[in-house]
Ligand binder design. Structure first.
Ligand SMILES: NC(=O)c1ccc[n+]([C@@H]2O[C@H](COP(=O)([O-])OP(=O)(O)OC[C@H]3O[C@@H](n4cnc5c(N)ncnc54)[C@H](OP(=O)(O)O)[C@@H]3O)[C@@H](O)[C@H]2O)c1
Length: 283
């Protein structure tokens, strides 16, 4: 392994609030990038010495990881290893949120909570490149600057009173923060879609379906892993994602890198909500 990616799901799993593979002692981590140094006799899709990344193989916070061959994706030529390690899971998530769930049309108005987080930065730039008008909210002036530089039309600060002016304005709201779900529903136009994909800020409130019905608003949810069903699905989805990087349409913040042995500090940093972009554990 060269890098393991840290994700909110690792925190949910450490807390015991998300599906986990049982193992004693428990090893966290499902994402990483490294070199194939050994393989089973039946493996045909990869070769020794090849650089691969994966987003759905357990026990990845380690120096050596056994990755099922269908879960390993070849690192594309011409893209930097650190970039690929930084955008594997968050990028494939942003891609499926935009293209499988949100399915926006050019000139739609979309809103993203936590727009300068790892998923948020990539999602915002995919949507902008697809011709969608992107707006969002974030916590600090520095994060706001990142999102505006990445093409968002406008970005609000959480502590400001921004909501009332935008009630009913959006075709789609992307919410991976969770506690913001009621705001997200208010922001939607009638017939709009809320894409709920995580709870970085805490569990969402209960939703009143009758209110949704009376305004023709819908909620879509999804877990990336349900969209990574076989090898060719993983390859096709990563090609769709990397096209945006190869065309220079996505730029991301530098990742924050911790040595693998400092995993505890990395978890604490992610939990503060102060990170902008990816956190990597380096072996
Ligand atoms: N459904 C799936 O398949 C899937 C896959 C991957 C990730 N996810 C979810 O996507 C969400 C974003 O993940 P990520 O990897 O992009 O994480 P991230 O880089 O840490 O971004 C999360 C953002 O949420 C915002 N936030 C608001 N309140 C927060 C709080 N109390 N604590 C921490 N953050 C808070 C922060 O942005 P501001 O400071 O700008 O508000 C933060 O940058 C998470 O909920 C994660 O579980 C879902």
């Amino acid at each position: 392994m060269e890098y393991a990616g840290l994700n909110f799901a690792d925190i949910y799993r450490r807390r015991g609030t998300y599906h986990i593979d049982k193992r004693t002692p428990y090893i966290d981590g499902y994402e990483g990038l490294g070199v194939v140094i050994d393989m089973g006799a039946q493996v045909s899709k990869h070769k020794l010495g090849e650089k691969v990344f994966f987003v759905d193989a357990p026990f990845a916070n380690a120096e050596l990881v056994a990755v099922p061959e269908d879960h390993a994706i070849t690192v594309p030529d011409g893209l930097d290893d650190q970039l690929v390690a930084s955008v594997g899971l968050q990028g494939l998530t942003a891609d499926f949120l935009a293209h499988d769930l949100g399915r926006n049309h050019p000139n739609d108005n979309a809103f993203i909570h936590g727009i300068s987080g790892g998923v948020g930065q990539i999602l915002s730039q995919i949507l902008t490149a697809d011709g969608v008008n992107v707006y969002g909210v974030t916590s600090t002036a520095d994060k706001k600057k990142i999102a505006l530089n990445q093409g968002a039309k406008d970005v609000f600060l959480r502590k400001e009173p921004w909501l009332q002016a935008y009630v009913g304005e959006f075709d789609t709201v992307y919410d991976g923060v969770g506690v913001t779900l009621d705001q997200s529903i208010e922001l939607l136009k009638h017939r709009g879609n809320l894409v709920f994909f995580g709870m970085a800020g805490g569990n969402p409130p209960k939703v009143d379906l009758v209110t949704l019905l009376s305004q023709s608003k819908s909620i879509l949810t999804g877990d990336l892993w349900d969209y990574l069903t076989d090898y060719w699905e993983r390859v096709a989805r990563s090609k769709r994602l990397f096209k945006y990087f190869e065309a220079g349409k996505i730029k991301i913040s530098q990742p924050t890198i911790f040595p693998l042995k400092d995993g505890q500090l990395a978890h604490k940093f992610l939990e503060t909500g102060n990170s902008a972009g990816k956190i990597l554990l380096q072996t």
